[in-house]
Design a protein around this ligand. Structure first.
Ligand code: SAH
Length: 395
């Protein structure tokens, strides 16, 4: 087996069970036959530390499969890990009300580089590391054997593949071509999902628990849903009898599906206003018009794709939060999120604190939020926490 020898002292990161070994920690590496193959990681003085997948073009040279060097990395190994991920979802997903959830959350389910989302009878996969790609055939076989879905669809089209110098791949891995829109249910609310070209694997599954929470705050209230995508938060708001809902998104396709989602649930749209446009501009317009809302949701896309973008991203977050705070009625609520992994919880808090100061409003944080429970965070992998949110009362 190909051996990767670490530099002196660099074994500590592996001993802490962090699954990534960066190129800077590597002293010497044997010749690799195939990108993604299994390698043995050793300390500088020859102690066997871990088995992992090598990524020759990545800054993360090895993603660890197992810290037990006697454990064979084969189809059985992946079957065990996938079964364990399935077992967790059996405990946390109420299948009577929800059939869309994340089944495998990459490093956090001990399969680095593999994302698997379930949409009813459809399974959508992303193979985002050389190791996951290397074991793709076996993984698809296991998913078929364990889940017997109608279709397994690949959506390996994330920009992160560029960093790994891996090819993008989108298409059917098993079964027939899926329809343009498939119907799923989340907490008894129906959604149309475009798994072939919607964002991520089609839906922001990670917001499920937070979407449900909003129902406690919106009864008979005016709601502004910024970056609404296909209407996730808005459908929940309507289910809880909001007085008025304003949706903003820059994507006409997303707003089109939003309208279909309202119809699908037989929800009235008489009290719903959909605006295709730029949130940054529209919040300013609303400020100038002196419009006010009782509840505002800010769930923007990732503003920081890399560490170098953190400062600019922080300015963007502060800008929209400051504007939203000004637009809220006294006693209103702001649901604010950041899904940029590079923006830490502490930094996000600081951004909100700064926006609160500059807005001249009194801001009480009443709850801290994160990603839904089917997006677990491995304790030795702090990077697993990426979605941060706060519910703030604005006085
Ligand atoms: N809250 C949604 C997910 C939001 S994803 C849910 O629960 O499903 C972020 C959305 O922001 C995307 O739909 C994207 O089209 C939109 N977007 C990105 N930049 C934007 C901008 N400047 N103004 C308005 N919408 C934007």
């Amino acid at each position: 087996m190909v051996t990767v020898r670490l530099k002196k002292g660099k074994e500590r990161i592996v001993q802490s069970k962090h699954p990534w070994i960066f190129s800077g920690a590597v002293d010497k590496i044997d010749e690799v036959n195939q990108n993604g193959e299994t390698v043995l990681v050793k300390s500088f003085d020859g102690k066997e530390l871990a088995l992992g997948a090598v990524s020759i073009h990545s800054q993360i040279t090895v993603r660890v499969w197992s810290f037990n060097c006697d454990e064979p990395i084969d189809k059985k190994f992946f079957e065990k890990r996938i079964k364990s991920a399935i077992a967790l979802r059996e405990k946390i997903i109420d299948k009577n009300s929800t059939n869309v959830y994340r089944l495998i959350n990459s490093e956090n389910d001990l399969i680095p580089g593999l994302i698997v989302d379930v949409y009813g009878n459809f399974v959508v996969c992303q193979f985002l590391s050389a190791g996951a790609v290397f074991w793709k055939r076996e993984i698809v076989e296991i998913l078929y054997e364990l889940l017997k879905p109608e279709c397994i669809f690949e959506r390996s089209d994330s920009e992160s593949l560029l960093k790994e110098k891996l090819e993008k791949n989108v298409g059917v891995l098993y079964g027939n071509e899926p329809p343009e829109l498939i119907e799923v249910e989340e907490n008894n609310i129906k959604f149309f999902i475009n798994i072939k070209s919607g964002h991520k694997t089609g839906f922001y599954i990670d917001q499920r628990d937070n979407r449900k929470l909003i129902t406690e705050f919106v009864h008979n209230k005016s709601v502004l849903n910024c970056f609404c995508y296909t209407g996730g938060f808005s459908l929940y708001a309507q289910s809880a009898n909001a007085k008025h809902i304003t949706n903003i998104d820059s994507s006409s396709e997303a707003l089109n599906i939003l309208k279909q989602n309202f119809e699908l649930n037989n929800y009235s749209t008489d009290n719903v206003e959909n605006i295709e446009g730029d949130v940054f501009k529209l919040l300013r317009k609303f400020r100038d018009e002196d419009r006010k809302f009782d509840v505002i949701i800010l769930d923007p896309p990732k503003f920081a794709e890399s560490v170098s973008q953190v400062t600019k991203a922080a300015r963007g977050y502060k800008d929209i939060n400051l504007l939203a705070m000004k637009l809220l009625n006294s006693g209103g609520f702001l649901f604010t999120f950041s899904c940029s992994g590079h923006i830490t919880q502490e930094l996000f808090r600081k951004i909100i604190d700064d926006a609160a100061t500059d807005s001249g409003r009194t801001v009480k944080i009443i709850k801290q939020l994160t990603q839904s429970s089917d997006h677990p965070i491995l304790s030795s992998f702090p990077e697993g926490l990426y979605l941060k949110g706060l519910i703030c009362e604005i006085i």
